[in-house]
Design a protein around this ligand. Structure first.
Ligand SMILES: *[C@@H]1O[C@H](CO)[C@@H](O)[C@H](O)[C@H]1NC(C)=O
Ligand SMILES: *[C@@H]1O[C@H](CO)[C@@H](O)[C@H](O)[C@H]1NC(C)=O
Ligand SMILES: *[C@@H]1O[C@H](CO)[C@@H](O)[C@H](O)[C@H]1NC(C)=O
Length: 205
C-alpha cells in the first residue's frame, strides 16, 4: 500500500473508532494492529517472550510461560473475537488471545484461558486450550509509550474495576509462569515478526 494512503487510512480508522470509543492497540513502532501475529516483548521485567509448557513434569495441559532469557522472542500471539465492530485490535475490550503455533503434544488448540485455581499455591495460572466460551482477556495500556499489560476481567473476580493484572509467578523449578495477581508485573511491547513465516508451524516438545 502507498504509505501516504496507508497513513490516511490509519488516521481515518482512528477517527472512526474514536467516534465510537474504541482505541486501537499499537505495536512497538506505534502502528495499529489489525491482524497477524505479534511477539510479546517484556519491558520493565526480566525474561523474554511467551511459550507453552507443561506443569510439574507433565506434558499436558500446556500452560503459558515466559522464556527466562531476554534474547528469546518465544511464540507470537494473535487476537480475535472482540465485540466492537472495528477492524483493529481494541484496547481494554474483552478478546481472545491465541498462540500462533500448532501444539501437537496435547492435541489441542492454543487459546489462552485461566486455569482452575491452584489451591496449593493460591494462584490462578494461564493455560492453553480450546477456544473458550467466554473470552475475558483485555490489553490495557500501561504508560505513555506503546506498552501494555494483559488483564483478565471475569465476573467472578471482585476488584475495583472488575479486572486483575496478568503477571509472572516464578515456580519452584524457576519457570516463569503467567498468572493472575502476582507481585511481578508483566508489561510489554508487541513486536511484529520481521521475517515472513509459514502461517502454521508445528511445535515438537
Ligand atoms: C486475519 O488473518 C487471518 C489468518 O491469517 C485471516 O483468515 C483473516 O481473513 C484475516 N482477517 C482480516 C480482516 O484481514
Ligand atoms: C527458551 O528458549 C530456548 C531457545 O528457544 C529454549 O531452549 C527454552 O526451552 C525456552 N524456555 C522456555 C521456558 O520456553
Ligand atoms: C518453547 O519451549 C520448548 C520446550 O521448552 C522449547 O523446546 C522451544 O524451543 C521453545 N520455543 C521457543 C520459540 O522459545
Amino acid at each position: 500500500m502507498n504509505p501516504k494512503f496507508y497513513f490516511f487510512f490509519a488516521f481515518m480508522t482512528v477517527l472512526a473508532a474514536t467516534a465510537i470509543g474504541a482505541v486501537p492497540v499499537t505495536d512497538a513502532n506505534g502502528e495499529i494492529i489489525f491482524n497477524g501475529s505479534y511477539y510479546v516483548f517484556p519491558i520493565d521485567a526480566e525474561g523474554g517472550g511467551v511459550n507453552l509448557s507443561g506443569r510439574g513434569g507433565k506434558p499436558c495441559p500446556l500452560e503459558i510461560v515466559q522464556n527466562s532469557s531476554n534474547s528469546e522472542l518465544g511464540i507470537p500471539i494473535k487476537f480475535s473475537y472482540w465485540k466492537s465492530n472495528v477492524g483493529f485490535v481494541p484496547e481494554s475490550e474483552s478478546l481472545n488471545i491465541e498462540m500462533d503455533i500448532v501444539a501437537t503434544t496435547c492435541g489441542q488448540s492454543t487459546y489462552w484461558s485461566v486455569d482452575e485455581s491452584d489451591s496449593e499455591r493460591k494462584m490462578w495460572f494461564l493455560s492453553a486450550g480450546p477456544k473458550p466460551e467466554m473470552f475475558h482477556f483485555q490489553i490495557q495500556k500501561t504508560g505513555d509509550f506503546f506498552s501494555y499489560k494483559f488483564v483478565v476481567c471475569p465476573s467472578w473476580i471482585e476488584s475495583r474495576d472488575g479486572c486483575v493484572d496478568v503477571g509472572i509467578f516464578v515456580d519452584e523449578n524457576g519457570v516463569r509462569r503467567l498468572a493472575l495477581d502476582t507481585n511481578l508485573p508483566f508489561s510489554f511491547l508487541l513486536m511484529k515478526p520481521i521475517v515472513a513465516k509459514d502461517s502454521s508451524k508445528t511445535m515438537s516438545m
